[in-house]
Ligand binder design. Structure first.
Ligand SMILES: [Zn+2]
Length: 342
């Protein structure tokens, strides 16, 4: 069957000689841009996103990349392609971590032809005795606001199926049902994993770890692990809208009345900010570009809502000064609501 050749280097905009690090960088940049979350309902972006994932699936895996490169450089994207004589599908994936990827969609027929029903929607299915791809596993990863903002490498452990070492996944040993796995061919084991969370993930973002799901049976590849980000609530920051954050900032009555320059916490640490003279309680001030990372690049804003705090206790001297202010001031905030106005 002829399928359409895919130029994975072209898809990622990377030269054929690009080192793994560059492949990863280009993929991340483009995946951010074309992610379905930021292009809701955009079919073109969705297709592009799938292409990117497929290209990265191949070029980020040294074995797959080597095999792909064997096809030579004369193929053009979209050309009719049949695998060279003697081409065999690669055996199941070794299941090494590819780093953080977003949830992937289906792979093309081209991919399936080259790498044979490896991953994605065209998983091999079959009854007992057939090679069957391992199940996908879903898990949750809890991140602080700061980790989600900056990105983080997180170690965690996960209980998932592994091929039974005693019977090699056959389920039987010496013509007896394997005692270790009770014939299922797989055992549950706690595995130590590591995920490279890219900066700017949000609550609900799904990160895919290829090949880290349940083990496949009879040599079939393992499933994938989907990690859903759960953002821990922050004591200070809350998210408003899509990309903005807000904090409440306590100020004294005299700071609000006279204006001041004070330090304000942001996601990237404290910054100096001017509180203008005559600021009312509840006023929202804006720090441009201090909000969450946008998928297209750039940042949202941070809002600072002022909260005027009265000292809980007053010294005799403070009372005296407040008293002087009360005697001196002509300001009547109830003038309008009490009908005393003109
Ligand atoms: Zn066993």
């Amino acid at each position: 069957m002829a399928v359409k050749f895919r130029d994975y280097y072209e898809v990622l905009g990377a030269p054929r000689t690009a080192p793994a690090e560059e492949i990863k960088k280009r993929y991340r940049k483009l995946a951010h841009k074309h992610h379905p979350d930021v292009n809701p309902g955009d079919k073109t972006a969705e297709e592009r996103f799938k292409e990117l994932n497929e290209a990265y699936e191949v070029l980020s895996d040294p074995d797959k990349r080597r095999r792909y490169d064997q096809l030579g450089r004369n193929w053009k994207g979209g050309a009719d392609f049949t695998p060279p004589p003697g081409w065999e599908s690669a055996p199941g994936d070794s299941g090494d971590i590819h780093g953080a990827e977003y949830s992937a969609g289906d792979f093309s027929d081209f991919f399936e032809t080259l790498f044979g029903g490896g991953r994605g929607a065209h998983a091999r299915r079959g009854g007992a005795g057939f090679a069957r791809r391992g199940s996908n596993v879903e898990a949750e990863i809890s991140l602080t606001f700061e980790e989600a903002h900056r990105g983080v490498t997180r170690k965690f452990s996960l209980e998932a199926g592994e091929i039974c070492a005693d019977c090699g996944g056959n389920g039987s040993k010496n013509n007896k049902v394997c005692a270790s796995c009770r014939g299922s061919g797989s055992v549950h084991r706690l595995r130590a994993l590591e995920v490279d969370v890219p900066p700017g993930v949000r609550d609900g973002t799904v990160i895919r770890l290829a090949g880290q799901g349940e083990a496949g049976s009879n040599g079939a590849p393992p499933g994938d692990l989907y990690l859903r980000v759960a953002l821990e609530p922050h004591h200070l920051f809350s998210i408003v809208g899509n990309d903005d954050v807000q904090i409440q900032l306590p100020v004294t009555p005299w700071e609000a009345a006279l204006g001041t320059k004070i330090e304000v916490p942001t996601l990237d640490g404290p910054v100096k900010m001017t509180i203008p003279e005559g600021s009312q309680g509840g006023r929202r001030l804006r720090l441009r570009g201090q909000g969450l990372r946008r998928r297209h690049g750039g940042r949202g804003d941070q809002y600072i809502q002022l909260k005027i705090e009265i000292p809980p206790t007053l010294s005799a001297r403070e009372k005296e000064l407040y008293g002087k202010l009360a005697a001196e001031s002509q300001f009547n905030p109830r003038e309008l609501i009490m009908g005393g106005g003109r």
